[in-house]
Design a protein around this ligand. Structure first.
Ligand SMILES: NC(=O)c1ccc[n+]([C@@H]2O[C@H](COP(=O)([O-])OP(=O)(O)OC[C@H]3O[C@@H](n4cnc5c(N)ncnc54)[C@H](OP(=O)(O)O)[C@@H]3O)[C@@H](O)[C@H]2O)c1
Length: 187
């Protein structure tokens, strides 16, 4: 399966690396080409890099691993190419400003992924997952699971069959997939 990664920072590079190890074709992208190239090089296994639009078109599944507040920008840049696709959203409503970590209020009484679904477009098939571990833990735990060690749980939330299609990807990344319910119940 082909996976496009939009955002090749801490989470995007760790997730993409696990997916390459799990046998997936991965194309990394970021705001700047250098981060995507570095993530592809670190992942090895024929991983590629390109622009966010190339990642959106390449992926049968696309992960949007950018800061929570960058989603409107991503929607404007590549939203059309995500139409109908399964989109993994690992974002948390947290921002870092002036060296401080802030928890942001999600508008309109929505859960965070319900809001990101609204931002990206109702015709994308959003699944919230890979947001519950720090990036270094994600890589360590996933790698251990892929090597036959004990598997950590990885919850996922979604509103349609999209979430079922993400289960093999979570398992191939080295985790035990745990159905957390719909987006209304998501962390
Ligand atoms: N870090 C963690 O441990 C952790 C854990 C759980 C969940 N999360 C969530 O995962 C998401 C990413 O966090 P992170 O820590 O990985 O952030 P990060 O290290 O700051 O990486 C963010 C990435 O997004 C890219 N980016 C920013 N704007 C973009 C745009 N318009 N189009 C394409 N790429 C864009 C950046 O590109 P450049 O590299 O070119 O700047 C960078 O590669 C956040 O929503 C966070 O809440 C993070």
């Amino acid at each position: 399966m082909r996976v496009g990664i939009v955002g090749s920072g801490r989470i995007g590079s760790a997730l993409g690396r696990l997916l390459v190890s799990g046998g997936y074709e991965v194309l990394f992208s970021a705001a700047s080409p250098g981060s995507a190239e570095a993530a592809a090089s670190a992942a090895g296994g024929g991983a590629r890099s390109g622009s966010p639009m190339e990642a959106a078109r390449f992926g049968e599944v696309v992960a949007i691993a950018v800061g929570w507040e960058a989603f409107p920008e991503v929607a404007e840049e590549i939203g059309g190419a995500l139409s109908g696709k399964v989109v993994i959203d690992p974002s948390n409503p947290i921002a870092e400003r002036d060296g401080r970590t802030l928890v942001l209020a999600v508008p309109d009484g929505l859960t965070s992924p319900q809001y990101q679904q609204r931002v990206l477009g109702q015709d994308i098939r959003l699944v919230r997952t890979f947001n519950t571990k720090f990036s270094h833990e994600l890589l360590e735990l996933g790698t251990a699971g892929q090597r036959g060690g004990p598997r950590a749980d990885m919850p996922y939330w979604g509103d349609d069959d999209a979430k079922k299609s993400v289960v093999p990807l979570i398992e191939d990344a080295g985790f035990t997939a745990i159905d957390g319910g719909g987006l209304a119940e998501a962390l």
